[in-house]
Design a protein. Structure first.
Lengths: 273, 356, 272
């Protein structure tokens, strides 16, 4: 048993090592005085100073975070109801049709989404900037959130809902007390994957933005012709460390409140974590 | 449910706080004031200090927005909904914008600094009499190579076909550039539209496939500086950046002729502050400002007076400021029309598929 | 009375989603179909569809599907054990978050890092040199292309599988084991079937976007791999031949719908 544990730990360590390898590589060179991502010359913090001196870049980072947080949240909320809508379709044919429509944006390359959204916004007359970027990010994050939430819903046995209904629960109660807690892991996955989509998007944002509003991905891609400087590495390192800090802090705080609540056993009964 | 609601509130509060912070930063930069000028340029293609200086001198707040390709920029300006006052497209894109009525003519009286521009960079086919555009930077298409990795000198395009270069050549991912290499090596014009000549060029290029290690985009700079290949087909602007990172490399424009390219400043139809735009163009052509910008960006400047202010080793570097005899051989891309462009790309696709 | 009222309320809650379907899915699809019927000069034509069924695009289609299949398969093979082992760790939710975290760093930067890592003078080749394998060309091969694609998609596969495994009742597997089932049988007959919906969700969220991959076909594969996504990108951004680009997109959407119907059919029995 112990040996088995060793192997499985090794496997996880390997997976994490590969996932973090390019990031560590980026971080390592953010301290390179040589100015390139090869030939480490000597240690410097100059690239970090550059980041803090560049107000425009800092505003862009803030914009990126605001868009990511807001769009993922809104997209997840819409996706929860979207998943319910798909799940409640009686006929398999309608269900598959709706699911196919849901996935259209996932299969379409970003340039097409960006170009068609741009045409859409200019037709309707929405001013390009914060609003158009936010709406677009919500729009392309919805399908992935639905994909993450749907399997949980499908696993939920209909008898559970029927039982709750029989016990006199209103539809609202069924939703908030039975369905939502059950699909909670799916909702969180959906939210995090939406964050990923939003943070990584370049093409759609590029097309639908205006009046100087920019996100980090757009800025990085448009720097490619002139060469992406190491200050971007430094910035990514800072963002990365900050996110790790947030994730750990968030985890500890939820653990703590969970522990406190485990004093009331009925509250979490039957709700898998 | 409770924890979800809590998370939701936490996220909204965080987002709100960030929005407030961004607003504060924006207003401290003056971005929210009325007198603004929106510049649409390639990323990191201007010394940011100059934007501050322009702001100080004129009181106009500069908003800087970036694009990563001429075509993407064109789509944005064509579709509207934006308020770009100055844009910096390349030659063929300017020709297209001109044809599509997307530009506002320049008032030369308001741009006295245009007198400093070398006359050979004025009045070119893509914009006769510079009615719509002023040169920003220019360059050539050529070969970057590492003399330690290859004995070839690339004075002729033929060297790209040399068997010793097997799997050691990187190409820029551009139909005009690669097909153009085939055309130039056969002695045809880079703007050739003759079907037979193009087919001949493609046939010849097919013979180059074994040498081609990869066809890449902007990352070609990274790859060549890392010595991933002995040689690469690149623009001189990229070349100067690669060589500043890896001093062993050299750049040459093959003598059969090659492409001469320009990035010019224009005022698109979307402009809201046309006067400010003229002021900005004039500001960028000021010799001292232009010299500072050239040092920052590292491309070749068309501004004679600015060139005189640059250090001797820059201004006398014939690789980036070639003598007139050589520039006479160079051709600027003409807009060949959409149909021809599609055809060039079809040929290029066939070339790519041949290598895969 | 009550039931009916809140029933309406729930339909009301569906409205944003349906609105999204109409505005951001159906409207763009109509637009894309419309553009696919235009030639470069803006005249109505079917020539784009005729062009699509030529060897060049057929070869591209086959290679797109083949690579998407490989990427999905390997992602699954890597993600399933990883998700399974994650559910057994002590701070599993923290570890799960740490799996997603790398996806929040810009993809172009990570790809640049991979160019450095896989490069001739990069750490991998240094390692190869040290253990005597010798220098290998890693960049611009289909192998590195598949590797980096898996790198991008693995978190999308791990998430739904992890959720499915999480929900799995431990007592169920214990019961199976108590009844004398070997680990393999327990896995094949109990665990895997019960996590099928998660596996399916993972496969869909990897396979479908993998069909339209671009960028890394150029950055990592050096255009040695050409997919439909690359073609669309080229048509939209380089030749500005939106007609042909849209035609390829229409085909992709059509192919996706067919896949959804084929895989969706199996669900019927499961629901009740």
């Amino acid at each position: 048993m112990r040996k088995k544990n060793g192997i499985s730990n090794l496997y996880l360590v390997l997976v994490f090592a590969v996932l973090y390898a390019p990031i560590l590589y980026l971080m390592y060179y953010s301290f390179n005085s040589g100015g390139t991502m090869h030939d480490f010359e000597s240690f410097t913090l100059d690239h970090y100073k550059e980041v803090f001196a560049d107000t425009r870049l800092i505003i862009i980072v803030i914009n990126t975070l605001v868009i990511a947080l807001l769009s993922s949240t809104i997209a997840t909320v819409i996706a929860v109801f979207g998943s319910l809508a798909i799940q409640n379709m009686r006929r398999a044919r309608f269900k598959n049709t709706l699911l196919s429509l849901n996935n259209v944006l996932i299969v379409s390359p970003d340039v097409i989404i960006g170009a068609s959204f741009l045409i859409l916004f200019t037709l309707v007359g929405i001013k390009l900037g914060f609003a158009s970027v936010l709406i677009s990010h919500v729009a392309f994050s919805i399908p992935i959130a639905v994909l993450m939430i749907l399997p949980r819903l499908q696993e939920m046995s209909p008898t559970l809902i029927d039982a709750a209904r029989d016990l006199g629960a209103s539809r609202r109660d069924v939703l908030t007390k039975v369905i939502l807690p059950f699909i909670r892991p799916g909702i969180f996955s959906g939210f995090f994957m939406a964050l990923t989509y939003s943070l990584d998007d370049f093409a759609v944002t590029f097309f639908v933005t205006g009046s100087g509003y920019s996100t980090l991905a757009v800025e990085i891609y448009s720097r490619a012709r002139q060469g992406v400087s190491l200050s971007i590495n430094a910035l990514s390192t800072l963002i990365f460390l900050f996110t790790i800090f947030l994730v750990v802090a968030y985890y500890i705080s939820t653990r703590r409140s969970e522990k406190r609540r485990s004093g009331e056993p009925a509250a979490r009964m039957g709700v898998p974590r | 449910m409770k924890s979800m609601t809590r998370t939701l509130i936490l996220i909204l509060v965080a987002a709100l706080a960030l929005i407030l912070l961004a607003n504060r930063l924006n207003s401290s930069q003056g971005y929210s004031s009325g007198n603004t000028l929106t510049i649409y340029n390639w990323g990191d293609y201007i010394d940011p200090e100059l934007l501050d200086r322009f702001q100080e001198e004129t009181g106009i707040t500069v908003i800087y927005q970036t694009f990563d390709s001429n075509e993407a920029m064109l789509t944005k300006i064509e579709q509207g909904g934006t308020t770009f006052d100055v844009a910096v497209p390349s030659d063929y894109a300017i020709e297209k914008m001109r044809a599509d009525n997307l530009l506002i003519p320049l008032d030369h009286d308001k741009i006295p600094n245009m007198q400093y521009i070398d006359s050979k960079f004025m009045n070119l086919s893509f914009d006769p009499d510079n009615k719509y555009s002023m040169p920003y930077f220019w360059g050539t298409l050529g070969v970057v190579y590492n003399p330690n990795l290859t004995d070839l000198t690339f004075e002729s395009w033929e060297d790209l076909w040399d068997p010793s270069l097997r799997n050691d050549l990187l190409l820029t991912d551009g139909a005009r550039e690669v097909i153009g290499t085939g055309l130039a090596s056969l002695g045809y014009s880079l703007n050739d539209t003759n079907e037979e000549h193009l087919q001949e060029a493609l046939d010849k290029l097919m013979g180059m496939s074994p040498n081609v290690k990869a066809i890449v985009g902007d990352e070609i700079k990274l790859l060549l500086a890392n010595d991933e290949a002995a040689a690469g087909l690149v623009f001189s602007g990229d070349a100067s950046e690669i060589m500043s990172e890896n001093e062993e490399l050299d750049y040459v424009v093959p003598e059969e002729g090659s492409n001469l390219y320009f990035d010019n400043m224009v005022i698109p139809k979307t402009a809201q502050n046309v006067d400010g735009a003229m002021q900005f163009i004039n500001f960028m052509l000021d010799p001292e400002v232009n010299a500072q910008n050239t040092e920052y960006v590292g491309y070749s400047t068309p501004n004679d007076a600015a060139l005189a202010l640059l250090p001797e080793d820059v201004s006398s570097d014939e690789r980036f400021y070639p003598p007139d005899e050589l520039t006479a051989h160079l051709e600027v891309y003409e807009n060949l029309g959409k149909k021809m462009l599609v055809h060039y790309n079809e040929l290029f696709l066939r070339f790519k598929m041949n290598g895969s | 009375m009550n039931g009916k009222g809140s029933g309406n309320a729930r339909s009301l809650a569906y409205i944003p989603y349906y609105l999204w379907v109409v505005l951001f899915v159906i409207a763009p699809v109509v637009l894309v179909v419309y553009y696919s019927l235009l030639d470069v000069e803006g005249h109505f034509t079917l020539s784009n569809y005729v062009d699509f069924f030529t060897p060049v695009y057929l070869k591209m289609t086959i290679s797109s599907f083949w690579y998407a299949f490989l990427i999905t398969l390997f992602s699954l093979l890597i993600a399933y054990p990883a998700a399974y082992l994650l559910t057994r760790t002590k701070h599993k939710q923290l570890w799960l978050l740490l799996i997603i975290l790398p996806t929040w760093i810009n993809l172009l930067l990570k790809t640049y890092a991979f160019i450095g890592i896989f490069g001739t003078y990069g750490p991998i080749n240094a390692l190869f040199g040290a253990i005597g394998i010798g220098e290998q060309q890693l960049l611009f091969t289909s192998g590195s292309f598949v590797f980096v694609s898996i790198y991008i998609f693995v978190p999308f596969m791990i998430m739904p599988i992890y959720n499915a495994l999480e929900e799995l009742n431990v007592s169920l597997t214990d019961a199976a084991r108590d009844l004398g089932a070997s680990s393999w049988i327990t896995f094949r007959r109990v665990i895997f079937p019960l996590t099928l919906s998660g596996v399916k969700a993972g496969c869909i969220s990897v396979f479908i976007p993998a069909l339209s991959l671009f960028m890394i076909t150029r950055l990592i594969a050096g255009n040695k791999v050409i997919t439909l996504g690359t073609a669309i990108e080229q048509h939209f951004l380089v030749t500005q031949d939106w007609g042909m680009g849209s035609t390829v997109a229409v085909f992709l959407i059509f192919a996706m719908a067919v896949i959804m119907f084929l895989t969706g059919g199996n669900r019927k029995g499961v629901r009740r």
